[in-house]
Write a protein that binds this ligand. Structure first.
Ligand code: NAD
Length: 481
């Protein structure tokens, strides 16, 4: 399983100045495999290859030919789907059921979606201009894309960048996170097997320094980043200085607003998907639960009983609902937040530590705090683990005020028997995405955040816009006859 080479210019390349990193299995804490980590010279080689490919055979292809290659790329990714899903589960602890859909099948779906989308786009439009003159308005690929991704949903988050970028005619340098360096090679193998020209997709896992070198590289034209708000700010500053377009998908602290007329059975059944997906290591997770005082005890009890019943354990087991944290450091971070919750006036109703029967690996018990104040640390900061904060509210106006009193704005849901009321609440919440009685990203709708949750959108038809730039050609008026 070791991955000691990078994928650059269509071939396997040994590190020039990089080194190696031990990827650890989240559920056992034991070494899984060794992966090469890029140094600056490795990143330079990948960017050079991507620049050459832009003007090579790839640049000469029309959109239909690119779409055809993307379909083949999708076939190859799909053929590797089961293995890729298992690799991610070993790396980051994601329950295998979820991993199969998001890591196993997600990337192929995205490739096919953008392959079809680009075929339907008019990339060169002839428009009349003033005084009898004419314009040709073109949409051209933005160029070399630096794609920097985190460990929590490594496959779909990379595909959300690769698919629209390739469809648009760009080339990509993908820098995955060290924790999930291994699964990223599915993109390399699939690109080679699908016959993508060398340099169109380059895969160079690496740490923070490699990422910082890549986003500031003079050979890069656009940066697409998913990760923490802190890293996003640093990258945004770099791109601001360089006047380089950047998309930032960052952290979140979303609400699940339980209205007085909510169906609590539906809400409880969806709690795992909406508030604790991937063991809580999900940017859009609705971890602040707003509960109406009129039904407060009932809501707290429903949440507590549901969370207490989750099956915690081996993420490769199909019945597991909550797996481990990605790393010891992440486990420590989550346990520290639980300590902060205990030190506040909040009331711990279930969980609160490491499961006694799971001494190996980086597990944390699914944990619920009730009576949380929206000013508490556990209500304001992204914990990125299986910890829920239940906050009471009086009126709906008050609930909306609490929802909007956050540094983030990425997801959110409302639970109500009245869909119209739910939509109206969605309109009033400052966020990039919002669900009424469910929450699931949709390929056909843009995803992204406001405030500390980021800039720009991925997915949907809008997701290709950052990879295309407009060019206007002004043509003189035809000469008088
Ligand atoms: P991270 O920001 O530490 O790292 C993300 C990636 O960026 C990694 O590949 C890392 O090596 C690289 N990186 C870190 N600092 C960098 C820098 N200064 N310059 C360039 N590259 C740098 O985040 P993480 O801990 O891996 O992931 C968890 C975070 O990601 C959470 O905050 C989560 O909310 C966020 N996230 C957001 C979304 C979204 O779509 N909004 C999706 C998933 C995760």
């Amino acid at each position: 399983m070791d991955r000691k080479e990078f994928f650059i210019d269509g071939s396997w390349a040994a590190p020039i100045d990089g080194d190696a990193h031990q990827v650890v299995e989240a559920a056992t804490g034991r070494p899984l495999a060794e992966a090469a980590m890029a140094g600056t010279a490795d990143i330079d080689a990948a960017v050079d290859a991507a620049r050459r490919a832009l003007t090579g055979p790839w640049g000469a292809l029309g959109k239909a030919e690119r779409a055809g290659l993307l379909e083949k790329f999708a076939d190859e990714l799909q053929a590797r789907g089961r293995e890729t899903a298992e690799t991610v589960t070993r790396e980051n602890g994601m329950p295998i059921r979820l991993s199969k859909s998001v890591n196993g099948f997600g990337p192929a779906f995205m490739m096919r979606y953008y392959a079809e989308l680009i075929c339907g786009l008019d990339l060169e439009e002839h428009r009349p201009g003033a005084a009898g003159r004419r314009n040709v308005v073109r949409r051209e690929p933005v160029g070399v894309v630096a794609a920097v991704t985190p460990w929590n949903y490594p496959q779909p988050l990379a595909a959300m960048k690769l698919a629209p970028a390739l469809a648009a005619g760009c080339t990509v340098v993908l820098k995955p996170a060290p924790e999930t360096a291994l699964d990223a090679y599915a993109f390399a193998e699939a690109a080679a097997a699908a016959g993508l020209p060398g340099g169109v997709v380059n895969v160079v896992p690496g740490g923070r320094e490699a990422g910082a070198h890549l986003v500031a590289h003079p050979g890069v034209d656009k940066v697409a980043f998913t990760g923490s708000t802190a890293a996003g700010r640093a990258i945004g500053e770099t791109c601001g200085r360089l006047l380089r377009p950047v998309t930032l998908e960052l952290g979140g602290k979303s609400v699940s607003l339980v209205a007085e007329d909510a169906d609590l059975d539906l809400f409880s059944a969806q709690l795992l998907n909406v508030s604790l997906p991937n063991n809580g290591q999900t940017c859009h997770a609705g971890t602040r639960i707003l509960a109406p005082r009129a039904r407060y005890d009932e809501v707290v009890e429903a949440i507590t009983e549901t969370v207490r019943g989750y099956r915690v354990g081996d993420p490769l087991d199909r019945d597991t609902q909550i797996g481990p944290m990605v790393s010891r450091a992440q486990q420590r971070r989550v346990l520290d937040y639980i300590e902060a919750g205990r030190a506040s006036d909040a009331r711990l109703t279930t969980g609160g530590g490491v499961p006694g029967d799971l001494a190996e690996g980086w597990f944390v018990e699914p944990t619920v705090f009730a009576d949380v104040d929206n000013k508490d640390v556990i209500a304001r900061e992204e914990i990125f683990g299986p910890v829920l904060a239940v906050i009471p509210y009086g009126t709906l106006d008050e609930a909306i005020e609490i929802a909007n009193d956050s540094d983030y704005g990425l997801g959110g849901t409302v639970w109500t028997a009245d869909e119209e009321k739910g939509i109206e609440i969605g309109r009033r919440i400052r966020t990039g995405t919002f669900g009424v009685n469910h929450y699931e990203l949709d390929l056909n709708a843009p995803f992204g955040g406001v405030k500390g949750s980021g800039l720009g959108r991925e997915l949907g038809p809008e997701g290709i816009d950052p990879y295309l730039v407009h060019k206007s050609l002004y043509l003189a008026a035809p000469a008088a006859p």
